[in-house]
Design a protein around this ligand. Structure first.
Ligand SMILES: CC(C)=CCC/C(C)=C/C=C/C(C)=C/C=C/C(C)=C/C=C/C=C(C)/C=C/C=C(C)/C=C/C1=C(C)CCCC1(C)C
Ligand SMILES: [Fe+2]
Length: 440
C-alpha cells in the first residue's frame, strides 16, 4: 500500500467477474460504490496532496454468489480541462493551479478579480451522495456530478448554489428510512453573513418522478446557524444525527475567508487558509430536528479536530455521540504526497486519532449548582459540568486510540449501537491497516 500513493490508477470500465475464494452468501445482493483520488499527475504537473487526486469510482456488484467489478474516472469539467491542456489547470484544496503558469502576479490579480468568489472544482473524489433517486460524486464544493450507478458514467454537473446558498457542503450526509437526505453546508458572506445551513432533500414523490424533477429542487432549509466569527467559519467533515437531534461541532479549525480571497493571487493553496487555534474551545450545537431550533443549553469542550462522526443516539434524557478526534490538524499534512513518498512512518509529530464519546444532558440545568456534572448515565465516564446558567463544559470518555474511518450498520444509525467497524492505525511500518471491529 505504501508505494501506491501518488501513482495514477488505471480504469477498468468493462465489468469483470471476480475470482471467488470460498463462497459469497446468496443473500448478499446489491452494489457497493466507492470513490477516491486516482490520478495524481497530468503531463509534467502533479498534485501536491493525496486528497487532490482526480476521482476514480469503483463498483462492486454482488449477485447470486458472484461479484462483478468495474471502475471509471469521473469525467468532471476538472478532468476534461486538465486532460485537454495535458497539465493540471484546476485548483484543488492542496494544489493551487494556474491556467497559464508563465503569467505574472499582475495577470493573476486581474484573473482573480474577474471572479472574486473562486469557482471551485467539480472533482468529486471524496464520496457519493444520494439525493432522491440520483447518485452524485462529491467532494466538499458547491459542484457535484450525477453518475450512473450501474455503468459509472458521468452525467450532469449540479451546482448547489442554484438551489441553496452554500459554497462548501459536507460529503457525509445522513439518510432516513423514507429516503430523505440530510446534509449541511457553509454559506460564505452571503448578504454579508457567514452561516451554516442544515438542509433536507426530500425523497422524490411519484408526481415529481414522472416529471423528472431533480430532488434538490425541493430542498428545505431545516436550520441556519450563524458562525461564531463572521470571517472564520469552522471546517467540518461530517455531523451527527439521532432520532430527534442533529449534532454539529463548531471546532477551532477554521477557514480564513480573507486569506481565501487572496490565495490565488498569493500563489498558495486553499488548505493554507485553514487555521487551527488550539487556544480556542469547541462549541457543540444540538439542534431539534422537529423545530429546527437549537436547544437552549450551550455545550463546550476543549479544542479538537474532528473529521468523522461515528454514531449518535439518545438515552435517558442525554444525547450520546461518538467521534474520532485529533488534538490538532497534523493529519491533513500527513497526506501531502511529498510526505507520503518520503516517509510512511507515523512519527510523534502526528496526532493519533482518539475515539471519543461525548454525552450531552438535554434536561434544563435550572436549580443545579455550578460545578455539578449533569451526566447521569452509569456506563460512561463522559461528563458535562455546569459552568454557569445554560453553559455546560463537556469532557469526553476516550474509548480507544488509533481507530479511524468508522462505519456502522446504517440500519441502526442514530440508535444505540454495539458494533463499529473501521481501521486501526498501527504505528509500526510493518503491520498497518488492519481492518477491525470494535465492540462497546
Ligand atoms: C479550503 C476549503 C475547505 C475549500 C476549498 C474548496 C475545495 C477544493 C474543497 C475540497 C475539499 C475536499 C476535497 C475535502 C476532502 C476531505 C477528505 C477526503 C477528508 C478525509 C479525511 C480522512 C481521514 C480522517 C483519514 C484518516 C486516515 C488515517 C488516520 C489513515 C492512516 C493510515 C493507514 C490506515 C494505513 C497506512 C498508513 C496511514 C497512516 C496512512
Ligand atoms: Fe470522510
Amino acid at each position: 500500500m505504501a508505494t501506491s500513493f501518488g501513482k495514477n490508477a488505471v480504469e477498468s470500465p468493462e465489468p469483470v467477474k471476480a475470482e471467488v475464494k470460498g463462497t459469497i452468501p446468496s443473500w448478499l445482493q446489491g452494489t457497493l460504490l466507492r470513490n477516491g483520488p486516482g490520478i495524481f499527475s497530468v503531463g509534467d504537473t502533479s498534485y501536491e496532496h493525496f486528497f487532490d487526486g482526480m476521482a476514480i469510482m469503483h463498483s462492486f456488484a454482488f449477485k447470486d454468489g458472484e461479484m462483478t467489478h468495474r471502475s471509471r474516472f469521473l469525467r468532471s469539467d476538472t478532468y476534461k480541462a486538465n486532460m485537454d491542456s495535458n497539465r493540471i489547470v484546476v485548483s484543488e484544496m492542496g494544489t493551487m493551479a494556474y491556467p497559464d503558469p508563465s503569467k505574472n502576479f499582475i495577470f493573476k490579480a486581474i484573473t482573480f478579480l474577474n471572479h472574486t468568489v473562486p469557482d471551485f472544482t467539480d472533482n468529486g473524489a471524496s464520496n457519493f451522495i444520494r439525493y432522491g433517486n440520483d447518485v452524485f460524486a462529491t467532494s466538499e464544493t458547491n459542484y457535484i456530478r450525477k453518475i450512473d450507478p450501474v455503468t459509472l458514467e458521468t452525467q450532469d454537473k449540479v451546482d448547489y448554489m442554484k438551489y441553496l446558498p452554500v459554497n462548501l457542503v459536507s460529503s457525509h450526509p445522513h439518510y432516513d428510512k423514507e429516503g430523505n437526505t440530510y446534509n449541511m453546508g457553509t454559506s460564505i458572506a452571503e448578504k454579508g453573513k457567514t452561516k451554516y445551513i442544515l438542509f433536507k432533500v426530500p425523497a422524490v414523490s411519484q408526481t415529481d418522478k414522472n416529471k423528472n424533477v431533480p430532488a434538490l429542487k425541493n430542498v428545505e432549509v431545516i436550520c441556519t446557524l450563524p458562525c461564531r466569527s463572521l470571517l472564520t467559519p469552522s471546517y467540518y467533515h461530517s455531523f451527527g444525527i439521532t432520532e430527534n437531534y442533529f449534532i454539529f461541532i463548531e471546532q477551532p479549525l477554521k477557514l480564513d475567508i480573507l486569506k481565501m480571497a487572496t490565495a490565488y493571487m498569493r500563489g498558495v493553496n486553499w488548505a493554507s487558509c485553514l487555521k487551527f487555534s488550539p487556544e480556542e474551545n469547541t462549541l457543540i450545537h444540538l439542534i431539534d430536528r422537529k423545530t429546527g431550533k437549537e436547544v437552549e443549553t450551550k455545550y463546550y469542550t476543549g479544542s479538537m479536530v474532528v473529521y468523522h462522526h461515528v454514531n449518535a443516539y439518545e438515552e435517558d434524557g442525554h444525547v450520546v455521540f461518538d467521534v474520532i478526534a485529533y488534538k490538532d490538524n497534523s493529519l491533513y499534512n500527513m497526506f501531502y504526497l511529498s510526505k507520503l513518498r518520503e516517509n510512511l512512518e507515523l512519527d510523534d509529530s502526528y496526532s493519533r486519532p482518539k475515539y471519543k464519546r461525548f454525552v450531552l444532558p438535554v434536561r434544563s440545568d435550572k436549580g443545579i449548582a455550578v460545578g455539578e456534572d449533569l451526566v447521569k448515565l452509569k456506563h460512561t465516564s463522559a461528563s458535562a459540568v455546569k459552568e454557569k446558567e445554560g453553559k455546560l463544559m463537556c469532557q469526553a470518555e476516550v474509548l480507544c486510540e488509533g481507530f479511524e474511518l468508522p462505519r456502522l450498520n446504517y440500519d441502526i444509525n442514530g440508535k444505540k449501537h454495539r458494533y463499529i467497524y473501521g481501521s486501526f492505525v498501527e504505528d509500526s511500518a510493518l503491520s498497518r491497516e488492519v481492518t477491525s471491529s470494535v465492540v462497546f
